[in-house]
Design a protein around this ligand. Structure first.
Ligand code: PBG
Length: 342
């Protein structure tokens, strides 16, 4: 401590008597125009994918209290929102479905006339140029809320692969542009790739939720999607937030299995992972700015504890700066309006 104080003191006093600094990074910060000229990370509406929730058996939108501006939508609402999203030059959406009935094996997930399948058809029909991604998972469709088939309280890996494959094929049949498995079963990218190829969908890309953590930041989503596990938790299949090397392993496996794009999720508490994945990934890297990250900003802003708009933009810039090629975010529309019109 003493040595440190002495060193700092010595430096302080010599600085006072020495010549003024030659290098002054502040020179480039003196005006908004200069700052914008040298800005390293430029966020645009093209960076975003917006998540939408479509629900079966509802007659009007049901707002999600912990996610201001987000709602469970009817298919008609989802079409209207898709049009608005496209008009803001946001390239795409990712769809989550809430079925009107759940069962042990999540049949609603792979039903040809399931909620997501119908929504994809309607949206692609109305807004053909908007990229429609679908989340491929069973948790919104299973009565127990887990992401796979259960036996003796355990999620079985290999039997689940077959159901995920059927789900992905049914989404592609409906016209989904990209399928995005979020279940974290081992081998699912290869299984889905084989199934898609076998059903005439060799050109449908897979966006793999490759490094998906067992995160508490998914809380508001699980209320919105009615997908909370009815017993236990997801730590038996999603990753331990304490691990980094394992994320790189997951990404490598998904790449070997044929993933066209990989994703890190959540984003904010995992920016180091995003950075590392970006360094090693030959394919585009997405980041999911998840529900809890969104809810924290909205809740604090509502109390006037933070400037919600500024914090939102800072977070989104940080995610892009850390390496995201695109960002899945509930902020997509609000941010895009600000980025376009100020
Ligand atoms: C489905 C899925 C989840 C999210 C995306 N896909 C929830 C979970 O794994 O429990 C979370 C997204 C968010 O929090 O915004 N497995």
């Amino acid at each position: 401590m003493d040595t440190l104080h002495t060193a700092l003191g010595a430096r302080g006093s010599s600085a006072a008597t020495s010549t003024p600094p030659l290098v002054r990074p502040r020179r480039l910060r003196r005006s908004a125009t200069l700052r914008s000229l040298v800005r390293e990370t430029v966020l645009t509406p093209h960076d975003f994918i917006e998540p939408l929730f479509v629900a079966d058996g509802i007659s009007e939108r049901i707002p999600v209290p912990s996610m201001p501006g987000v709602a469970q939508l009817t298919i008609a609402d989802a079409v209207a929102e898709a049009r608005e999203i496209a008009s803001l030059h946001i390239p795409g959406i990712i769809l989550f479905g809430i079925p009107d009935a759940k069962d042990e094996t999540g049949t609603g997930a792979y039903a040809a006339d399931g909620i997501v399948q119908r929504a994809v058809r309607a949206i692609k029909d109305a807004v053909p140029d908007l990229i429609v991604m679908t989340d491929v998972c069973l948790c919104e469709y299973t009565s127990h809320g887990h992401c796979g088939v259960i036996s003796n309280g355990e999620v079985l890996n290999d039997p689940t692969l077959e159901l995920l494959s059927q789900t992905a094929v049914s989404h592609a049949d409906a016209g989904a542009d990209v399928v995005a498995p979020s279940d974290m079963m081992d081998g699912r990218v290869a299984a889905i790739r084989t199934a898609l190829d076998g059903h005439g969908h060799a050109s449908t890309p897979i966006l793999s939720y490759a490094a998906k953590y067992a995160s508490s930041f998914y809380g508001p989503f699980r209320k919105a999607a009615e997908s909370a596990p009815q017993f236990g938790d997801r730590r038996g299949y999603q990753m331990d937030p304490a691990n980094a090397r394992e994320a790189l392993h997951e990404v490598e496996l998904d790449l070997e299995e044929g993933a066209d794009m990989v994703m890190v999720k959540p984003a904010l508490a995992f920016l180091d992972i995003l950075w590392r994945v970006k360094q090693m990934s030959p394919v585009p890297v997405g980041a999911y700015n998840v529900s809890g990250e969104f809810a924290m900003v909205k809740a604090a802003a509502e109390r006037d504890w933070i400037d919600g708009r500024a914090v939102m933009l800072e977070i989104l810039h940080s995610i892009k700066r850390a390496g995201a090629d695109f960002i899945l975010s509930y902020h997509a529309r609000e941010a895009s309006r600000i980025l376009t019109w100020g």
